[in-house]
Design a binder for this molecule. Structure first.
Ligand code: ZN
Length: 150
């Protein structure tokens, strides 16, 4: 397990240093802002929707390593997915990070998102890891205002 944990940390570090899809999107069709005051994480999620499908996703923001890498991996994970598929993925992800530490994880369904399974051991970090996802959900729902996690 130690090796797997190291690998996961490497992936998180890589996405923190070189976040993917870290850009604004001039032709975004939906966007939302998220705020996690407990940690000081802020994120803006941009989406380009074609009907029901997310054809492009990007983000901007600042925050801790977990919030940044989670947003980066999320934008990769939801690109090409439908709204419903993205919601299912969020539910699975949320289940994992709020579940019992060490509980079995469906790596096949979660893909790279599985690197955040260790977060379940640190309740304060759950908000960091889920901020981008809550913000994504708000963008998909086209809800105005800022998502604030309390
Ligand atoms: Zn954070």
């Amino acid at each position: 397990m130690a090796d797997l944990r190291e690998l996961y940390q490497e992936v998180i570090l890589d996405h923190t240093k070189n976040p993917r899809n870290y850009r604004t999107m001039a032709d975004a069709t939906a966007q939302a802002d998220g705020n996690n005051p407990l940690c000081g994480d802020r994120v803006t999620v941009y989406l380009k929707l074609d009907g029901d499908r997310i054809v492009d996703a990007s983000f901007q923001g600042q925050g801790c390593a977990i919030s940044k890498s989670s947003a980066s991996i999320m934008t990769e994970a939801v690109k090409g997915k439908t709204r419903a598929e993205a919601e299912v993925l969020f539910d699975r992800f949320h289940e994992m990070i709020t579940g019992k530490p060490g509980a079995p994880v469906d790596g096949k369904a979660l893909g790279k998102l599985a690197v955040f399974q260790g977060v379940s051991e640190f309740p304060l970090r759950v908000k960091c890891a889920s901020l981008a996802w809550h913000t994504l959900r708000s963008a998909l729902a086209e809800k105005p205002g800022i998502v604030t996690l309390e």
